[in-house]
Ligand binder design. Structure first.
Ligand code: SR1
Length: 395
């Protein structure tokens, strides 16, 4: 008889998570199971269950509020369904880079998926000084495949419209609209920054040139349904090893501007260059590889699988890629700024133990973010962006 799967939502505990795994027959009958809640993100519970031989599964459960803030910030449980559906679609288009989903339940807001505990969250691994030589090219391939095959270039237009409807994700999008594209530019309660940054932040709040460009990027985020995005593609959403990359946590998935996901990847790599200057050349070369692999793979798919009647018109592919790239540079700038002074920070910067260095890194992140937003349309190639980033190192 079913005990855990009931008609109403209840948050799992380590004990009920084990019962659920047994109910679903995910382990053999005589297994001895252990469970640990390992969620360290902002929103969800994550249970790691394994048997006596170390074989495991992950149960991810959405909480009805944002864990990072508490019960005063209610949050839809529907995000668990969006996440599971996005994982399945991304798996179809980029099978090597997405975990398997074994079971989902809308009432409990859970997704049971492949155990990736042999891998490390890339933000932690990078901060610890590890190198992931395939990460950039894996991400380039993953994003080219998922953005191509969910755009009108790679999927039938009627089907695309149905998908756009299926992935309407207003509550999670609103978090991004507020936390990335609005709050950091006003004296909002959610903002969080050190007193030493106050004068820079106050200048930013008065910077109407910058605010106009952020308003345009925000409008793009709100209105351009180019492809199904992951929506939160930072280095905390990636499980990695030297050989493998798995993209997790797409609960912010929705149809938006392709440059948003690309920009989040770029910005979250750049936090490493900002925090650890000695790594900057290696990080810039990863940004270069990431974009080059993205555009090569996207161009191959364009050549072989494009459903657009205008696909072979000279200049259509290059202007599409140019738009994605310039949008990405701007969105990267927004990510740099919001992770420095907004609600949700990154350990790359916050973890710098020396206060002077930390504040200097955060000043650099704000200044670089501003420049990327303002200058985004001046960059016509990845080499121009890398050269620009290299000159920043010596300021
Ligand atoms: C209240 S959620 C804060 C942040 O965590 C998520 O991972 C997203 O990045 C969001 O902006």
């Amino acid at each position: 008889m079913s005990t855990v799967i009931q008609e109403t939502y209840q948050p799992l505990t380590e004990e009920t998570a084990i019962l659920l795994a047994k109910e679903r027959n995910l382990f053999s009958e005589n297994s001895t199971l252990s469970c640990t809640e390992i969620g360290d993100g902002n929103l969800n519970l994550v249970f790691h269950i394994k048997d006596q031989d170390g074989k495991g599964i992950i149960i991810k459960q959405a909480l009805p509020y944002a864990k990072v803030v508490g019960e005063s910030w209610p949050l839809t449980l529907k995000r668990a369904t969006i996440e599971a559906e996005a994982l399945k679609l991304f798996k179809k288009h980029a099978p090597d880079f997405v975990p398997d989903v074994y079971y989902t339940n809308e009432v409990l807001a859970i997704t049971i998926m492949e155990d990736l505990s042999h891998l490390t969250i890339s933000r932690k691994g990078l901060i610890d000084g590890n190198e992931y030589p395939l990460l950039a090219s894996h991400l380039g391939t993953y994003l080219a495949n998922t953005t191509f095959f969910t755009s009108e270039f790679g999927v039938d237009k009627g089907q695309k419209k149905e998908l756009v409807g299926k992935f309407i994700n207003p509550e999670l999008c609103k978090i991004t609209e507020d936390l990335i594209f609005s709050d950091p530019y006003f004296d909002a309660e959610t903002n969080d920054f050190e007193p030493q940054l106050t004068s820079t932040v106050e200048k930013l709040w008065k910077d109407t040139e910058l605010k106009l460009q952020v308003a345009l990027l925000r409008k793009s985020f709100l209105t351009e349904a180019e492809a199904l995005l992951h929506g939160d593609l930072h280095t905390g959403s990636l499980f990695v090893s030297k050989e493998e990359t798995k993209v997790i946590d797409p609960e912010f998935a929705y149809f938006g501007p392709v440059g948003f996901d690309i920009g989040q990847v770029i910005a979250n790599l750049l936090f490493q260059a900002i925090a650890f200057e000695e790594k900057s050349d290696s990080i810039y070369s990863q940004v270069r590889t990431f974009w080059n692999v993205y555009q090569n793979q996207f161009s191959i798919l364009w050549e072989h699988d494009n459903l657009e009647p205008f696909a072979r018109i000279d200049g259509f592919l290059s202007s599409t890629l140019q738009k994605y790239f310039q949008d990405a540079v701007g969105f990267a700038g927004c990510e740099l700024i919001r992770r420095t002074i907004g609600l949700a920070h990154v350990a790359d910067l916050d973890g710098l133990p020396d206060e002077k260095e930390r504040i200097a890194a955060k000043e650099k992140s704000l200044a670089l973010g501003r420049e990327l937003i303002l200058k985004r349309n001046e960059f016509t190639s990845i080499e121009e962006l890398v050269t620009f980033l290299q000159t920043k190192k010596y300021e």
